[in-house]
Design a protein around this ligand. Structure first.
Ligand code: G6P
Length: 604
């Protein structure tokens, strides 16, 4: 959610901080700020409600120096305002913080009694006061003493004007990464802020602190035991964090899906045994055979991709499978069963609810694997094994290419589990051929963008709409509705087509259009009769499928190439992404930064 950036070196840090904040803005964008140690050894802060661009426009010329820290915020505690924006300060100390301090209120009362004066409503501000109150010594030991009193999660960066050669950072549940430059160092909550300057990075682990100086860094645990870290190379192309001429990251990422699918498949199809080769799974064939159920856990679009995955796993592997919002799972005291394979799904690998669900499974002795995009992320590290999406960085808040890549990964897993069980070689061959055809077919759908944009412009004039689908089409409808509401702010509700007449049909009429997912599968006739029920109430219908229904049943149709029935949902989802995108554009919305949302939600 929020983004952190920091710099220590010989240059003026302000341009680097501002550039980093721009790169991180997708994580949160209701307020932003920077703090630097000025050339005369004083602390200088500039922060404001609003976007990073607004902060940049108002930067005072005197704001130069270093080291420095910056933050872009997505409000959790305390509304977006100048006062609640980070950095927060106390005397010579400034901090930026991601996460939640659970005992903030208690600490605030204690610090106030000791004379501290708070200027914001945030939980984060207590960290600045705690560090300032932590007595004498070097900055690292002050931070360590302060954190020993804290319950909660943090990615934290601290400067102190009295220590003008260093930053101190700490991590617990919210990522912190160090970037190694040439006699200069960077820190950030996300490599996106660093890749322009360096590819050599060090990921802190939970419970670790680091003192970062221009010529190096030193890491240790909260209880002051030194830790050894080996830098790794970010293998991501720096350009993939740029919009590359596209007006929006969302559109760029939709158009990257052909390549994302190719990357998800690369090296994983085994033509000899008609199966999928998944090296990181850490499940030998006997263990894989012993799986009696699959339970997929994720949030938002990751959860919807999980629904799609559960469907295909059940179809191909004939293992009962379902998906559940990770945020619900972890709070309902779930029964964790040794025969179940739990799968945590996350693009960012940081979503707190998903991480907590994974930890809950592990705590109860469950076997958990990850389906994750961000290599080395918290969820990836927490799992016993897993499969990376290799979709490349996803910047737009609303997930598109990661959703599609996740669905492809689940198809591979379904094929793998199926071929260990009863899926025949002929069916294995059929699915492999289908998977191989996907990238070209995705490209063919993207080529119909103009037609989708035209229909989206029409639909954007309504106040809301239904999305319906049966069985394989149902997760597609759910994700389609999610996309539309996220970026267009139109009301979009997904319903199983079979349930329409059990309630929602009451709302169908000329003012309530329906987007119907109607592939040419064994349920086509049933779907067509549902369209008949809608048309009989004069509802407008957009059909998404393989052949255009009779004009009496659908006003418009978006057609996708036919693949294997089990894989069709992957393709059917793609036009719905473009539909949401173009509806939002026609309504003039800020597509990449939808209101109230953030790319990764690292708090509860
Ligand atoms: C947030 C985003 C969604 C995303 C969800 C899960 O709510 O706004 O777009 O699907 O988090 O994110 P993850 O990184 O775990 O896939």
């Amino acid at each position: 959610m929020c983004g952190i950036v920091g710099y220590v070196g010989n240059r003026d840090c302000v341009p680097t901080l501002m550039e980093g904040l721009t790169r991180l803005e997708y994580r949160g964008y209701d307020s932003a700020g920077i703090a630097v140690v000025g050339r005369s050894g004083d602390l200088r802060v500039h922060k404001a409600k609003g976007r990073v661009g607004e902060l940049a426009a108002g930067l005072p010329a005197r704001l130069r120096g270093g080291p420095g820290i910056g933050h872009t915020r997505w409000a959790t505690l305390g509304e977006p305002s100048d006062a609640n924006a980070h950095p927060h300060t106390c005397g010579t100390i400034a901090i930026v913080h991601n996460g939640i301090i659970e005992n903030a209120e208690e600490l605030r009362v204690k610090l106030t009694a000791e004379g501290a004066q708070f200027t914001s409503e945030t939980d984060s501000e207590v960290l600045a006061h705690l560090i300032a109150a932590a007595g004498e010594g070097d900055l690292e030991s002050m931070v360590r003493r302060a954190l020993s009193q804290v319950v909660g999660t943090y990615g934290l960066a601290v400067i102190d004007a009295r220590f003008g050669d260093r930053l101190v950072v700490a991590r617990n549940g919210s990522p912190v990464v160090l970037g190694i430059g040439d006699r200069e160092m960077y820190v950030a909550s996300d490599v996106a802020a660093l890749v322009r300057y360096t590819r050599q990075v060090v990921h802190l682990d939970d419970g670790e602190l680091a003192t970062v100086q221009a010529d190096g860094f030193r890491t240790s645990t909260l209880d002051a035991r030194a830790t050894a870290k080996r830098p790794s190379l970010v293998d991501t192309d720096v350009l993939s964090y740029d919009a590359e001429g596209y007006t929006h990251f969302m559109r760029k990422e939709i158009h990257e899906q052909q390549r994302a699918v190719e990357r998800a498949l690369r090296g994983r199809l085994d033509e000899r045994f008609h199966t999928a080769h998944l090296g990181g799974l850490n499940l030998d064939p006997r263990q894989a055979r012993e799986i009696r159920r699959v339970k997929i856990l994720g949030c938002g679009s990751a959860y919807y991709a999980g629904l799609l995955g559960a469907q295909i796993i059940e179809e191909l592997a004939r293992v009962p499978a379902d998906a559940e919002p990770a945020s619900e799972f972890r709070y309902r005291s779930p029964v964790v069963d040794p025969g179940t394979l739990y799968i945590g799904v996350s693009q960012s690998g940081e979503t707190y609810d998903t991480l907590a669900a994974v930890q809950e499974c592990k705590r109860k002795g469950g076997r958990v694997i990850g389906v994750v995009n961000a290599v080395g992320s918290a969820i990836a590290r927490e799992c016993a094994g897993g499969i990376y999406l290799h979709a490349g960085p996803e910047v737009s808040v609303t997930s598109t290419k990661a959703f599609t890549a996740t669905a492809v990964i689940f198809s591979l897993l379904a094929l793998h589990l199926g071929r260990i069980r009863d899926l025949s070689p002929a069916d294995g061959r059929r699915i492999i051929a289908g998977l191989r055809a996907l990238p070209e077919q995705v490209a063919a759908i993207l080529a119909t963008e103009d037609e989708i944009a035209r229909i989206a412009g029409d639909l954007a004039g309504y106040r809301g709409m239904f999305f319906i689908g049966r069985v394989r089409g149902w997760p597609v409808a759910r994700e389609g509705a999610q996309k539309l509401k996220e970026v267009s702010y139109l009301h979009a509700e997904a319903y199983p087509a079979s349930e329409l007449k059990h309630g929602p049909l009451a709302l169908v009429g000329p003012e309530m259009p329906t987007v119907a997912v109607v592939p040419d599968d064994e349920l086509l006739d049933k779907n067509l009769s549902t369209l008949g029920e809608i048309k009989a109430r004069h509802g407008r219908v957009l059909a998404v499928g393989h052949t255009a229904p009779d004009a009496k049943l659908a006003d418009d149709a978006l057609l996708v190439p036919r693949n294997e029935p089990e894989l069709d949902p992957i393709l059917l989802s793609v036009p719905l992404q473009l539909l949401a995108y173009h509806a939002a554009v026609s309504l003039g919305n800020d597509v990449d930064k939808p209101r109230n949302l953030a790319k990764s939600v690292t708090v509860e």
